[in-house]
Design a protein around this ligand. Sequence first.
Ligand code: ZN
Length: 328
Amino acid sequence: MSYTGPDFDPPPNPRSRRRPLTVAVAALVCGGLLGWGVYAATGGTDDDGAGARTEGSPSAPSRTPSQPASPSAGDTEGSGDTEGGGDEESPASRAPSASAPAAAGPLKGKVVVIDPGHNPANFRHTAEINRQVDVGTHRKECDTTGTSTDDGYAEAEFTLDVAHRMRAILQKQGATVKLTQDRDRPYGPCVDERARIGNAAKADAVVSIHADGSGAGNRGFHVILPGSVHEGEADTRAIVGPSSELGARIAGSFVRVTGTAPSNYIGGGTGLVTRKDLGGLNLSTVPKVFIECGNMRDGKDAALLTSAAWRQKAAQGVSEGIVSFLRG
Ligand code: ZN
């Protein structure tokens, strides 16, 4: 299949004229899924497995492709693996644009916060990251180490790599881009601070980048949307709508650009899941979603996640969703 290449230079956005918005979102998702169906039919990949879900929620049921996602435990903000294995630095992470001022472009004046999940050094700071923080609805760990592939490629390395690639893409579009962490602190930040960084930046969109740690056979990506929460410091009521729109656009463009399928183990094939237990979402006052780009514990997904070329597509897929959301 031919998908948009890594040099994302959006055309004069034919999507921007679509009305009403709900139709635009549906079209993006359906178009994306249609694209996936064509891809699957050509034998690009296959998804025939299922099993226990997901990073940090071992109690969730297996083989529930149509079950609405409402995990009662667990947290894609964290999982138990401690491998600190690394991979090559992405070219994007060394690109001069990483620290360049925002360029002129369609996103000029827009602020995007990218939250690379976890931190490659968290495993050296277990006491600090296990400290409980208030996320409005409950208290939970400051941060977690994240998962890794069986070969030791750490989720925290993956998230930074994709974040760097996204920053380069979005800066090229004129956006002001801020990362919540960039190996510039010994651990964390804690999940509550991650949310507050986006709030303080008055971000127009925030995306938290993750990869899942579910069972082998569980494949594909899913975007996590904030549920409506109003408890303690948490009040997501104003961001549920726009975050849902942001997430739907990201899911649609991620399918289209990467050619990978929505999760076969959560979200009922939509690639969209709503959760109320994530501090990073509950404490956000600006539109925000998480994306689990794939399952590091599945061999086929791991082959994608460890591929720099695929990570570039992943970064582009997420970024195109953000651009679409911000341009309306
Ligand atoms: Zn994670």
